[in-house]
Design a protein around this ligand. Structure first.
Ligand SMILES: C[S@@+](CC[C@H](N)C(=O)[O-])C[C@H]1O[C@@H](n2cnc3c(N)ncnc32)[C@H](O)[C@@H]1O
Length: 380
């Protein structure tokens, strides 16, 4: 029996800064979080809980199921300990796999790539000895993803029950420059404590990530609704009936969108077309109005919830005077959005001051490697 089977134990990976929100979400989905460390939440749940979390968590990046852990002073031990594992429990000899390795504070391994190669050799040699064929390594769309973690001379191996990052919801078929990560947009929405009655507006919606996440949340569309593949289907004792039951329970809650609840706009016509296409991949998403307009010309309904991430120069790389842009956006919020609340995500925190508004709070949040800040403004 593997560790996750013996102890009903799993690891949830999460973006730094949203551990608290994920703890709440996991409890709500029926799990018990027992430890939070280095962006990993260790939790327990039963099989139905594992399926539910993979289908419905909006905040987790991936859910790992631990298989074994052992003392691993060097590469030879890593090979010997893993060569004898029952890899057929997860993989067909003609299937494909990928390894994500992470090594720290272990002298014998000076890089993660070397550790990953050793594990790959062990897996391939295991299959070759038993079947004469070996599975392929496929980094793009493998059947199974194994995680190898070596720290202070101790190795642990897990299998990715999500089958790749859960931020890939499947609705973003049209990309634009500098999109926000889906799990980050979901986390920001959870920080807004949206009551699902106040109209939500994203006046610089880009590819529509915030709008899509808001729409999924408001209509009860599970985060994994469009995902085709989940790694958990490769686990030994995968229960198809239970999986289908959890899927049905999750989709039974879907409701049509409420008119006027969510609105989006962007200055760029092509971007608006992409946002609309992305939204249209979701049930009822084509009913959310998205228009091409400069924010300076928008009329915002009183007492709205404004959520957006304006351009921040680093990625968009335009010659525009960002400080002036932010000043004008601040003036717009102050003068045209009275009575509303705004949550603005700054990819470049040096621009916060240019908005000219006093934030009620600021929270550090990473987006694709950028050390950004989410600021809350009450617009009296
Ligand atoms: C960082 S991107 C937003 C990304 C978006 N959250 C997503 O996930 O795709 C900023 C957006 O602001 C838009 N924008 C720039 N100037 C604008 C203006 N004056 N009025 C409205 N939108 C503007 C850009 O076209 C761009 O799509």
């Amino acid at each position: 029996m593997y560790t996750y089977q013996k102890q009903n134990l799993y690891y949830a990976q999460v973006l730094p800064g949203i551990e608290e929100e994920l703890t709440r979400e996991l409890s709500w989905l029926g799990a018990e979080v027992i430890k939070t460390e280095f962006g990993i939440l260790t939790f327990t749940t039963d099989k139905a809980g594992l399926y539910r979390i993979n289908l419905r968590s909006r905040l987790a990046t991936r859910i790992l199921a631990p298989l074994i852990s052992f003392r691993c002073p060097d590469a030879d031990k890593l090979y010997r300990a893993t060569r004898t594992m029952e890899w057929r429990d997860f993989l067909r000899p003609t299937g494909s796999f990928a390894i994500v390795a992470n090594v720290s504070e272990t002298e014998a391994f000076n890089n993660s790539h070397f550790a990953a190669l050793k594990l790959k050799d062990a897996i391939c040699d295991y299959f070759r000895a038993r079947t004469g064929v070996r599975p392929d390594v496929d980094k793009k769309a493998p059947d199974v993803i194994f995680h190898l973690h070596i720290r202070k001379g101790r190795a642990s191996i897990s299998v990715d029950t999500s089958g790749g990052s859960l931020h890939r919801r499947g609705y973003r078929t049209q990309g634009v420059e500098a999109p926000m990560q889906e799990t980050l947009a979901a986390a920001i929405l959870s920080m807004t404590e949206w009551d699902l009655e106040t109209p939500l507006v994203d006046p610089m919606c880009g590819s529509g990530t915030i709008l899509s996440e808001a729409h999924m949340f408001a209509c009860g569309i599970p985060a994994g609704y469009l995902r085709k593949h989940f790694g958990l289907s490769r686990l030994p004792n995968f229960n198809k009936k239970l999986w289908e039951a959890e899927r049905q329970k999750a989709t039974r809650r879907i409701q049509p969108p409420e008119e006027g609840l969510i609105m989006g706009s962007d200055i760029c016509k092509n971007t608006v077309a992409s946002a609309w296409e992305n939204m249209s991949n979701l049930p009822g998403g084509d009913q959310v109005p998205i228009i091409a307009k400069d924010f300076r010309k928008l009329e915002i309904q009183e007492e709205s919830l404004i959520v957006c991430n304006p351009p921040y120069g680093i990625r968009l790389g335009r010659e525009e005077d960002m400080k002036q842009f932010y000043k004008e956006f601040g003036d717009f919020l102050k003068n045209e959005c009275k009575g509303s609340t705004a949550f603005i995500y700054f990819g470049n925190r040096e621009l916060i001051g240019s908005l000219g508004l006093k934030a009620e709070w600021k929270r550090p949040l990473m987006n694709g490697g950028l050390d950004g800040r989410l600021c809350k403004y009450n617009l009296y």
